[in-house]
Design a protein around this ligand. Sequence first.
Ligand SMILES: Nc1nc2c(ncn2[C@@H]2O[C@H](COP(=O)(O)OP(=O)(O)OP(=O)(O)O)[C@@H](O)[C@H]2O)c(=O)[nH]1
Ligand SMILES: [Mg+2]
Length: 267
Amino acid sequence: MGYAQLVIGPAGSGKSTYCSSLYRHCETMQRSIHIVNLDPAAENFDYPVAMDIRELINLDDVMEELGLGPNGGLMYCMENLEDNLDDWLTEELDNFLDDDYLVFDCPGQIELFSHVPVLRNFVEHLKRKNFNVCGVYLLDSQFMTDVTKFISGCMASLSAMIQLELPHVNILSKMDLVTNKKDVEDFLNPEPQFLLSELNHHMAPQFAKLNKALIELVDGFSMVSFVPLDLRKERSIQYVLAQIDNCIQYGEDAEVKIKDFDPEDDD
Ligand SMILES: Nc1nc2c(ncn2[C@@H]2O[C@H](COP(=O)(O)OP(=O)(O)OP(=O)(O)O)[C@@H](O)[C@H]2O)c(=O)[nH]1
Ligand SMILES: [Mg+2]
């Protein structure tokens, strides 16, 4: 059994920075973790890259040879990854041990988790290879200052969650940039009633029915919950990691072993 985080979220939401901070945190904790680059457009890395999509396909070559722009080129690369799940990915995964912990740093193009099946098939493949996978959705806290932005962020996260069908943890990134913590705290675990009244307050009266339907939808999926992440604080990283570990049952076997061990039995 392996463990994996699929780190997703809009462009610039802090995915790669999160991956490198997580790597350093685990290094300090003497915990083994491998970061995988799934972004064919990435160039600089703050973490050792354990596996790299750029070894499969090169974005510049694709753009030049097929006359595609950066986004079309990226989609082509990701579809190429999808075509190579059974050979390239399988071979690469064979390099890891049975209970290794992999973190996949994904590109930020929203298409990847809205209407193309690439990531979903990628995840299905990981599951077939016996990985416990968690979707880790990053949203920039800078976009979390009023209810309309919050709902729009929830919708994007929800569409990823539905598309991937994975245990899902929402993270509010870049908390160090938030000057007024109170503004954001309102949205970490909000009551549906609070969201609805805020939304009605922001929108013209003819949207009242739509607002109600939106809040019911978001509430119905019980996903209106974000874990704040402040990368300056070890404790914050540790807390986020514990939430994700819990989702993929990482460490539970170890815990059982400790619980089963009764020092009284020793004599
Ligand atoms: N202050 C602050 N800046 C951050 C944090 N995380 C990321 N950034 C900055 O936000 C920008 C984008 O960060 P990345 O980690 O590259 O974001 P990404 O989600 O990997 O972006 P794409 O790969 O392009 O989708 C960079 O300039 C980072 O330095 C954070 O926790 N605090
Ligand atoms: Mg990145």
